[in-house]
Design a protein around this ligand. Sequence first.
Ligand SMILES: *Cc1c(COP(=O)(O)O)cnc(C)c1O
Length: 398
Amino acid sequence: MRDVPVEPPAYVYDLDEVGRSHAMLTAALPRPSRLYYSLKANPHPAVVRALAERGCWAEVCSPGELAAAVHAGVAPSRILYTGPGKRDAEVADAVTAGVRWFSVDSPQGIAQVEKAAAAAGADVECLLRVNDDTPVTGQSLTMTGVSSQFGADAGWVAARPAEFTGPIAGFHLYMGSNLTEEDDLVTQFATAIGTARRLADILAVPVRVLDLGGGFGAPFARAGGLPRFPGLAGRVASSLDDAFPRWRHGDPVIAFESGRYLVGTCGSLVTRVADTKQSHGRPVVVLESGINHLGGMSGLRRLPPIVPDIEAGGARTPGAIVAGPLCTTLDTWARSADVPAVRPGDIVRVPNVGAYGLTASLLAFLGHPAPSEVVVSGGRIADVSRLAVVRRPVTERT
Ligand SMILES: *Cc1c(COP(=O)(O)O)cnc(C)c1O
């Protein structure tokens, strides 16, 4: 992939690597199970299509992600629509588009989906998203066991089951993100399975689908490979055997979700050095890419600051400030990084940014062009495109 000629700045996505990651993850999951690709990680149509062709279902949480999944060839019947604050119009549009499975986060969420389904004369099913009572250790983003907009507290569901009526056909537990230790994943899934069993009995609903979430870790903007989980399938299967003895017959269907594990390692950002200098005794490297291309959520301090690996040949310079081109001090990837000794015009590469790269960045901020996105398949460039932020008059509901 490194040899492909590309005009930087550019994201390069290698679909062969997507295939390898998908094979590794499916081999690590209990069988039979369903795997949803979470489009949030990277909604590029070629990436979504590559995963759909390999049998992934799609987890979407916005009109744009729904459109991307459908455009990439995912059948609406294989789409799960999630999110803690859906607008009535987007739920109605999703039902019209043929989506039949929704993850709901509260009694209001159930009522919203029921109403849209009734208006369309469609049968829909809800997975009740549950915020479990205990936090799971080891995760970088905690979404369970703490106050959160995600899901209904397990304690609430258990105490007032009458509030949770409607087309509930299973549960959705997404407990954390970026877990790299098999033991942490096993603990989280065992906890989720136990909670689902308990709530199914209390609510007396049929569990047709049990979505255990994911949280499979992957390196981000750092060199390295995917973690392996050799014992995961067997250990999760034995938890399932205890709680849902018919799961091997698809009763319930066991589902998992992944974004970063499936696509994190497929992408790199290739960019150019704009300037280099010394400032008060420190080397400074200014790149043509900043938080508008990569790491915007970190720039906002919504995620820990990224310390990307900047790869290029040659000797290394320690203690460098690595900045982007934006006119704000926030546009700093690293304040003290070990970088190659580069000069203006040199090309550098940030590895493992196939997930939460471009669309998780501040693309519109300061109005620079987006990097191009280059899709590579079988060692060949298959597609080159560029996202644009365009102002249009509002003429209808879009
Ligand atoms: C973000 C998200 C995912 C994907 O998380 P990764 O860490 O990228 O695997 C899966 N499920 C839900 C509900 C999410 O919100």
